[in-house]
Design a protein around this ligand. Structure first.
Ligand code: ADP
Ligand code: MG
Length: 255
């Protein structure tokens, strides 16, 4: 079988404006790919389209997850295939406790896989606590309202815990480093690495700074400018971008 997350010539518009103009890339299990690019280049649009956000209209191309066409599936069906998305701006849901939210997410993810289900709440809570301990996340976070009054670092820790709970086949992390200090970035990167190594997750990390990539160590780097991938290469591309910026491509890529 075709074991990879494949994006082929993906074209996406928002309210009749074409944002993605033909994106192609393939992520294999266990690989880390980075998408870098200036603000407004279409990075979050790529993540939102993979998530199945209704505002983003696919006008061409296709996406397959281990051979299954993804774009016609609902967000829940995508999650059941093990696609995980962490967003730039996590939502706050004060009335819902973290541990209950994560139990629901776990049930939705493994609805079709009895071997992964926990019949009793208490067994899920034990599992959750052991995952939190592995990631050095304080158990106090589990009984708080979802993201309610969380610091930027705590919100990201929760995302990593959610990722551990969902055991993703592929994970898309959109600007997971934004607003974090260097210690928080290190902790997040260590958590991502731990979870994704454990499950051989293919990772697509979206960022416009090099910092998190020093710890996540991408195998491949893709540069997105104005809705296109203008260059793909190895990790050494990160240093080139940090030194030279995106100006080369801004000048040669027509609007
Ligand atoms: P990036 O994440 O690379 O900074 P985005 O994917 O968020 O870029 O945005 C790409 C382009 O699409 C920008 O020009 C942005 O203004 C536009 N865009 C993004 N989301 C919307 C939306 N919901 N409605 C209208 N335009 C949008
Ligand atoms: Mg963005």
């Amino acid at each position: 079988m075709n074991q990879q997350l494949t994006i082929s010539n993906l074209k996406v518009s928002i309210e009749d404006t074409v944002i993605l103009k033909g994106i192609s890339l393939a992520v294999k299990p266990g690989e880390v790919h980075a998408i870098m690019g200036p603000n407004g280049s279409g990075k979050s649009t790529t993540a939102a389209t993979l998530a199945g956000h209704p505002a983003y209209e696919v006008i061409g191309g296709e996406v397959t997850l281990n051979g299954t066409p993804l774009l016609e599936l609902s967000p829940d069906e995508r999650a059941q295939l093990g696609l995980f998305l962490a967003f730039q701006y996590p939502v706050e849901v004060p009335g819902v406790k973290v541990q209950n939210f994560l139990r629901q997410a776990h049930q939705a993810r493994f609805a079709e896989d009895e071997s992964k289900q926990f019949k009793k709440v208490i067994d899920f809570r034990k599992h959750l606590k052991s995952l939190a301990a592995e990631l050095k996340i304080t158990p106090e976070l589990l009984t708080r309202g979802l993201n309610e009054g969380f610091s930027g670092g705590e919100k990201k820790q929760l995302e990593i815990l959610q990722m551990a709970v969902l055991e993703p086949t592929y994970a898309v992390l959109d600007e997971t480093d934004s607003g974090l200090d260097i210690d928080a970035i290190k902790k997040v990167a260590a958590g991502v690495t731990k979870v994704t190594k454990k499950h051989k997750t293919g990772v697509l990390v979206i960022t416009h700074y090099k910092r998190i990539l020093e710890y996540l160590k991408p195998d491949f780097v893709h540069v997105m400018v104005r809705g296109k991938i203008v260059k793909s290469g190895g990790p050494d591309l990160v240093d080139k971008l940090e030194a030279e910026g995106y100006k080369d491509w801004n000048e040669v890529t027509p609007a």
